[in-house]
Design a protein around this ligand. Structure first.
Ligand SMILES: C[S@@+](CC[C@H](N)C(=O)[O-])C[C@H]1O[C@@H](n2cnc3c(N)ncnc32)[C@H](O)[C@@H]1O
Length: 249
């Protein structure tokens, strides 16, 4: 087992939440320069900036605006996003000298970061196939050799937010990306992943959860399964509506 795998296993064994997991990793890996894609209300950023002593520079990437082509529950109206940006600024004002706010989609602002500048990037933005493809490709060149990309929503099911929304494809796309680039990738608890930018190309998928057995998509897009999920969803919506009607009358 190499040193990084040992570090990761140590973090996983001791952590009790997503926040705790990444803080431990960032400390042990001595991350100095990092970026977060998808900042929302700034909760994760403020936690890492407050507790992560090693962090010297923190890029915050988020459009903080409604996106017409993003069909996910976190896509709010513009006025809500304006509030979220203010919240983020307030929550992280104690670390104003460390943070750089890049307001825009990844594609609109990524060139503000130099190639090889980052030790670590955390991807938690647009989790659709389009989003994760753009984010992994855009971020990879910004990471130094030997650095890492972590991310959220490495969901075992593509129907994370029900069939009413665009599927979440962080898993398995990140695994395919790692194989194409010759990187090691780890499946972690709390639906997280970690990808290592190796000096020498070598791919491995290390599943530290034991849950990611099938890296294909056939069973997930099986029409019978999708119809069943849709039926369950419609039934629960109708039940909620009936309950509402009853309580009004
Ligand atoms: C789930 S929230 C992020 C939560 C945050 N990382 C945390 O842990 O507190 C997703 C965010 O991704 C942002 N987002 C959506 N599409 C994006 C894109 N193309 N580029 C960058 N950010 C994007 C949204 O504006 C939203 O704020």
């Amino acid at each position: 087992m190499n040193r990084i795998e040992q570090t990761i296993k140590q973090c996983v064994a001791k952590s009790n939440s997503r926040y705790d997991l990444w803080l431990r990793f960032i400390q042990l890996a001595e991350v100095k320069n990092m970026a977060e894609v998808g900042v929302y209300r700034g909760d994760f950023a403020s936690w890492l900036l407050r507790e992560g002593d090693s962090i010297a520079k923190y890029y915050m990437i988020d459009p903080w605006r409604h996106l017409d082509d993003w069909n996910k529950p976190a896509n709010k109206q513009n006025d809500t996003f304006e509030r979220f940006l203010l919240e983020t600024k307030e929550k992280t004002s104690f670390a104003a000298d460390k943070r750089t706010i890049l307001r825009g989609k990844t594609t609109e602002v990524i060139e503000n970061i130099s190639d090889g500048e980052l030790d670590f990037a955390y991807i938690d933005g647009d989790h659709t196939l389009k989003g994760i493809t753009i984010d992994l490709i855009s971020l990879f060149s910004k990471i130094r050799v030997g650095g890492w990309i972590g991310g959220d929503d490495f969901s075992r099911t593509v129907w994370q937010h029900s069939p009413n929304y665009e599927p979440t494809l962080v898993f398995p796309f990140a695994v395919y990306f790692a194989e194409a680039l010759g990187a090691n990738i780890y499946a972690l608890p709390y639906s997280q992943f970690l990808l290592e930018k190796n000096e020498v190309k070598s791919f491995s998928f290390v599943d530290l959860t034991g849950n990611y057995t099938d890296v294909g998509l056939k069973s997930q897009f099986n029409p019978a399964k999708v119809i069943k999920l849709k039926a369950i969803e419609t039934f629960s919506t109708v039940t909620e509506l009936m309950k509402g009607k009853r309580s009004i009358s």
